[in-house]
Design a protein around this ligand. Structure first.
Ligand SMILES: NC(=O)c1ccc[n+]([C@@H]2O[C@H](COP(=O)([O-])OP(=O)(O)OC[C@H]3O[C@@H](n4cnc5c(N)ncnc54)[C@H](OP(=O)(O)O)[C@@H]3O)[C@@H](O)[C@H]2O)c1
Length: 322
């Protein structure tokens, strides 16, 4: 298959590129910065300079392509010099224009990276965009596969593991949603399978890891593995703190507000866990082959401790609660 990956330098996108190349597909990547994306070229992918805000860049990369993977997002963009790289311009308007360009290029199969529960939060900007793009894609008449993903395992490192190691405070929601985190490597397997399996055509499929975890369970696991001499400082995020964070975001980076508000969709108690029997039946990936949070975190802390030991870090003998 000839596959174009949009968002190829992202956490998920680069794993899709790697997996697709490993399986013998021809892979083309839309990249914004060729220099930063050189490693994709070294792996064997073709690079096409482009940006979802630049319609003129679309047609050349779509020429002769069979499958398009849409895995870009500006939600994590922290380049404050480029404030127009917002979810409104990229995830929404740019993606719609790109779908129009795909349609003009032919009857290409589009695989879209959406989010679990995307249809349950119409008032949230990010979820509203995801749901809107799903509907736009379905209405386009193009063959499609929508993969609704749970949160990525890799995000647990910055959210929980690092603050625990660095003895920094962790704020959790009053009614947090349990999440069945999936590794980006495993998520990529579903995208590449979807590219070749007719069963995946015109389907919306939920994808998650093997088991859902509450923040408290994740914190307990990280605490057990980190072995720092301090009990994790966990507190409930208050309305006052939320308002203060939004005020601060407004001053520093308006795009940060979308990210802050988006975090509210994980503060409702609604679980983020897919029906993996359906995913297994349609995409042929055994659920018991997926990496769970426990082995992923154990491996992470082994590597982390090894590198800390090289820097002469001593494991503590006594624990303090301060
Ligand atoms: N992260 C999660 O837990 C999660 C969960 C469910 C679903 N998803 C979805 O999965 C997809 C991938 O997420 P991710 O976490 O891998 O994202 P990510 O690491 O933040 O990567 C975003 C990608 O989008 C590209 N991008 C940003 N602005 C762009 C623009 N104007 N034009 C073209 N490309 C642009 C980035 O390119 P540069 O390198 O040039 O910035 C990068 O390749 C997204 O659609 C996201 O909504 C993510």
């Amino acid at each position: 298959m000839k596959i174009l990956v949009v968002g190829a330098t992202g956490n998920l996108g680069r794993q899709i590129v790697r997996k697709a190349l490993d399986e013998g597909h021809t892979v083309r990547c839309m990249v914004r910065n060729r220099e930063k994306a050189q490693y994709l070229e070294q792996w064997g992918a073709q690079l096409f300079a482009g940006d979802l805000r630049e319609v003129d860049s679309f047609p050349p990369m779509l020429n002769d392509i069979e499958v398009v993977v849409l895995a870009a997002s500006a939600l994590a963009n922290r380049n404050t010099k480029d404030k127009t790289n917002s979810i409104a311009n990229v995830d929404d308007a740019g993606t719609r224009l790109f779908i129009d360009a795909i349609k003009a290029a032919g009857n290409l199969h589009v695989i879209y990276a959406s989010m679990l529960n995307s249809d349950q939060f119409p008032k949230d900007k990010m979820m509203g965009i995801k749901c809107g793009i799903e509907n736009y894609l379905k209405a386009s008449g193009l063959p499609y596969t929508i993969l609704r993903l749970a949160g990525f395992l890799q995000g647990v490192i910055s959210e929980f593991a690092l603050p625990i190691l660095e003895k920094k405070p962790i704020r959790v929601a009053r009614t947090p949603s349990p999440i069945a985190y999936i590794s980006t490597l495993d998520a990529a397997r579903y995208f590449v399978a979807a590219a070749t399996r007719p069963q995946a055509l015109n389907r919306t499929i939920g994808i998650s890891g093997p088991a859902a975890w509450s923040p408290q369970e994740v914190i307990s696991l990280c605490d057990e593995l980190a072995k720092v001499n301090q009990v994790p400082k966990v507190s409930i995020l208050t309305e006052g703190q939320k308002k203060f964070n939004e005020l601060l975001a407004k001053m520093l980076d308006p795009n940060l507000i979308d990210l802050l508000r988006f975090s509210e969709v994980f503060a409702t108690g609604i679980p983020y866990e897919a029906n993996m029997e359906e995913a297994e039946a349609l995409l042929g990936i055994p659920t018991d082959s997926l990496e769970g949070l426990d082995p992923f975190m154990r491996e992470y802390f082994v590597v982390m401790k090894r590198s800390l030991r090289k820097k002469n870090y001593q494991e503590p003998k006594v624990r303090s609660s301060f």
